[in-house]
Design a protein around this ligand. Structure first.
Ligand code: AMP
Length: 282
């Protein structure tokens, strides 16, 4: 497994592969890797000849300096984990100046309104930061396909929108959410939870499933009210939002339409650690 911290060296390596017609997959990550990330790498290996995993905690997508500072950074362990994967995997783990050419700032994007919902509403500037870094990674790696988890469903939709609007020459592949045995969505931030918090955070998935079981039967307003009550009655959680939105527009659902797809989305704090999750409802 090759490790690059300079984009020029990575590009040189990739240009040799591309000249011989090899297909390249890209898996952008912020490290602190877990099985969810590995599932993306494995999907990328199935569909490409070589895979680049980027490991970069992107400063421009953090609206909260404490979240950025406390974000787990475990490069040695990440590399060990990736070594267990069979296939042509390279890692790009740069410093910010290599990605940003010494100008660590976000560009501004128009994602047709997708950026104003949920995460966008609660994390100002977040998706400009995401769009900026992902675009830069696409320009560096020039992959045939790039892989994103449904764990960050809004991000997945936003990246698809960026690729479509800017006619970027690659395909975006969405991958299912990997969960702990108790149902908690795997996340790098789970590393900041105590064993007890991690175990009790299975409640998030329980509430999402409860919402799913009521979808199509109860009124949306009543499903949301019950879900809010469930979090508000549980001392461990500080609820930021819980909503049901149309998968394509990410707008809150007002009236359910049988030809559209819907998902329940949630963001909660557990002891200052921000967790998000979502579940397809139909
Ligand atoms: P992150 O390192 O958190 O930025 O995540 C990197 C990529 O892995 C993103 O596309 C995430 O959506 C995806 N990812 C994170 N957690 C999971 C999970 N539990 N299951 C599937 N994909 C995930």
């Amino acid at each position: 497994m090759k490790l690059y911290d300079k984009k020029e060296n990575l590009k040189e390596f990739l240009s040799t592969l591309k000249k011989s017609g090899k297909k390249i997959g890209l898996v952008p990550t912020m490290g602190a890797l877990h099985e969810g990330h590995i599932s993306l790498v494995q999907q990328a290996l199935i569909e490409n000849d070589a895979v680049v995993v980027s490991i970069f905690v992107n400063p421009t997508q953090f609206n909260n300096p404490e979240d950025l500072e406390k974000y787990p950074r475990t490069l040695e362990a990440d590399l060990e984990m990736l070594k267990t994967v069979t296939g042509n995997v390279s890692v790009y783990a740069p410093q910010a100046n290599d990605v940003y050419d010494d100008n660590v700032a976000s560009a501004t994007f128009d994602f047709d309104g997708l950026e104003h919902q949920m995460e966008g509403a609660f994390r100002p500037g977040h998706f400009d930061g995401v769009g900026t870094v992902v675009k830069k990674l696409f320009e560096i790696v020039m992959p045939n396909k790039a892989y994103f988890g449904e764990k960050d469903f809004q991000q997945l939709q936003i990246i698809k929108k960026m690729v479509e609007k800017e006619a970027m020459p690659l395909a975006i592949v969405g991958c299912p959410i990997l969960r702990e045995a108790n149902g908690l969505a795997m996340s790098s931030r789970n590393k900041r939870l105590s064993d007890d918090e991690r175990s009790k955070s299975a409640f998030i998935f329980e509430v999402l499933n409860e919402m799913k079981s009521k979808f199509g039967k109860d009124a949306i307003s009543s499903i949301l009210l019950e879900a809010k009550k469930a979090f508000n009655n549980n001392d461990m959680f500080e609820l930021e939002y819980v909503t049901i939105a149309n998968e394509a527009t990410l707008e809150d659902v007002e009236e359910v339409n049988s030809s559209s797809k819907y998902r329940a989305f949630v963001a909660v704090y557990v002891n200052n650690v921000r967790l998000i999750d979502n579940l397809a409802l139909n």
